[in-house]
Write a protein that binds this ligand. Sequence first.
Ligand SMILES: [Zn+2]
Length: 68
Amino acid sequence: MLLLYHPEGKAERVDLCACLEPQLTALISGQEHLAEPCEQMTPAATVYTASCRTCGGPYDKPWRRIRP
Ligand SMILES: [Zn+2]
């Protein structure tokens, strides 16, 4: 579980992705990129947040972009 704080002061409860096989996308420079879980933090994962298409939740573990 994660709390997102909005500028107007209210907090929203968000459930982190806990899928066994997350289907990840990351919004990078305004474009959606496919991503996959990986063992080590990647530069993109430190800057951008991936979210899961299956459950809609944010993914807080290491991920990397899938190169097309
Ligand atoms: Zn998920």
